[in-house]
Design a protein around this ligand. Sequence first.
Ligand code: NAD
Ligand code: GLY
Length: 370
Amino acid sequence: MTSEHLRTVVVDTPGGRYDIQIGSGLLQNPGTWAGLPRTTQAVIVSNPTVNALYGDPLAAAIAPLHREVSRVLLADGEAHKTWDSLNLVFDHLLARACDRKTVLYALGGGVIGDMTGFAAATYMRGVPFVQVPTTLLAQVDSSVGGKTAINHPLGKNMIGAFYQPARVVCDLATLGSLPPRELSAGLAEIIKYGPIHDMAFFDWIEAHVEALRAGDVQALAHAVQRSCEIKAAVVGEDERESGLRAILNFGHTFGHAIEAGQGYGAWLHGEAVGCGMVLAAALSAELGLVPAAFVERLTRLVQASGLPTQAPVMPDERWLELMRVDKKAEAGAIRFVLIDPPGRASLRSAPDELVLRVIHRHSAPVASAA
Ligand code: NAD
Ligand code: GLY
């Protein structure tokens, strides 16, 4: 795929209007960067893994736009999505006397994207930033829509801001170096768009899951484009999650509890979401909103994507405590994104006994993510 096959999705929110560019080889294509601010300084925020692969090509590509391009590398992994890492970005910016026109480039997966976005939102009360997502998960979800955050030991993504990027550049060629486990994690966030919004897309994913796992570029291009179109439509209607946007959290109430409860990084975010969607679908079935056959169908697709469908065993009180700090909770009541019917989602609470029954039915004694 060359840049003639470039696909563009527009995100239009009160906080900013910008393009998501999707194609193979975009990093090296000068056209990708046209129209971005020309400034004295730019900083690439990345980690050692991704920088070794794509740091030099990105630095070379954006060199014509900036007099000085520097890099700050943060430790790799969800366990490092913390204040300490964020502070390293601020240390770097201040030590170089970066002004408020400085552009930050987030080169990496969702961890780097979320932290760079938060740094951009807060450094000098806001500097422009560009998302250059290099994982499937980041290309189909986290780089789009302006949610930025770091974790707190008591809750996932609890400290953050809404802040839109100036552009999102999804170079599909970067997915070629992604480990299979990370590719599977990205599939979870693609699958979620089916039950919440578009069951025809769900049918398509079922038919193409093997191609996607094999890294077929045409299949990936369609999956990234359709996911971004759906996310752009939802975020365009409800940038700050006053209602509709919560549907993008299908599977996340259970998933975030798994991530925090097992220790950040033990389960990949996408693995926890994959398993969480099975539990949320099962809860929807318990409430009579979807047939049991739908839960079986979703479970088969999550499994076929290489993702776990059994939650880890945790004490009941621990589950409830973790889910109560979810951002969707209101006045201490846990709220779940439930499917009603397949293709449509809504935010609801459910009796604790029912939630725990679903968890017990879908837990395995040994955590099975890795
Ligand atoms: P990640 O950022 O940890 O990346 C996964 C791993 O892949 C890392 O080790 C990374 O170094 C490596 N990697 C990245 N690109 C690579 C490449 N091209 N080749 C080889 N290795 C590569 O994880 P992720 O799954 O991308 O993102 C998960 C994070 O995203 C979570 O923190 C989650 O909360 C967040 N998230 C945010 C939103 C949002 O709307 N902001 C949405 C979904 C998820
Ligand atoms: N990933 C959930 C959201 O962007 O709202």
